[in-house]
Design a protein around this ligand. Sequence first.
Ligand code: ASP
Length: 397
Amino acid sequence: MAFSRRDFLSTAVMGAVSLRLEGEDRKKPGPDKAEAASAGKRPIIISAANGFDYLNDAFAFLKDGGDTLDAALKVVQGPEDDPNDDSVGLGGLPNEEGVVELDSCCMHGPTRRAGSVGGVRNIKNVSLAAKAVMEHTGHVMLVGEGAERFAVAQGFPRENLLTEHSRKIWLLWKETHSDWWGPGLSSPEWHRRLPAAPHADDFERRIERLKQVAAEIGIEPEQRMLAIRKVLFPPTGTIHCSALNEKGDISGSTTTSGLAWKLPGRVGDSPIIGAGCYTDQDVGSAGATGSGEENIKVAGAHTIVENMRHGMSPFDAGMDALKRIVRNYNGDMDRLRYMDMTYYALRKDGVYAGVSLWDGYEPGKPHKIAVHDGTKRLEKTVSLFAGVSQEWPPTPQ
Ligand code: ASP
């Protein structure tokens, strides 16, 4: 891939475009298309876009009378097992010490139970480990070493989750970058993370240096710019899936390797029941991918299910949760452009919605929701703000 400063700066430019729309909500285009298409259809499975390839098997399983949680787990296990998906399970990008730490939770509607694991090392299928916590303990959540030992006792193999691909990108980050210490976006001191004297030439020199180090580390030439992008803008990535059967049973699961280069022990929203996933058999199910710290503060998935319980459509329920994130920053677009969030909401009658804070992470690559209700498809989510989010930490303007 050829390097161009525009590759990196285009996002910043789009961020500036978005600023012109400061405070302006994206208008809801009549009845939401996704809602209209899905009204009343059961069974149905919705998931983050990276679940798309795994929907067929899960849907067939659900149609044959399979359990709704097991159907959702069939979907999320796909990316967990895939070494090329570096946001979930095997091959996930590691923490700042080069160790992969995984988070997951699930809720089983029919039995109104929940399970969760956080900060787990060496266990690939943490979504199944979360289910094991639900089924084989009197607890709901296990973390760290205890969760790992529990999983091994349950028969899960211990394995090295750090692939060569992810190890080399981590090494590039480690050799060239600082860490997550210091004020975050929600601190009054957040400006300290902005570059002191942003200058595009410095940025170009930085990229050249990164290219040299990437070559020394042995990252293949065609992989270098992708790796540099992940170093400069630590990516997140997760999968959520909710499944509803014909008789109205409903369950959900969320699993992730979380934020790349995170502080060891950092746990995001994904294993938090009520943030990364929430399911209520009487109402519906919801899940989240995106800026975990922001989602925890609005208990996103629970907020959405409660909103639906009180009569909101899945679309309005998701938009309301997004607006709570905006409210936490008093609508300050200088900060809101550095975060993103996608919510997946499924109501008990089969109506669903996918909503996002921004259109996507990059121009031309919108956030999507994967759906199977007899027809498998990817649909764009509806965003609260027009434009793309800007990656954090910021680059020179
Ligand atoms: N929400 C996840 C986390 O913060 C990351 C993501 O969804 O991209 O760990």
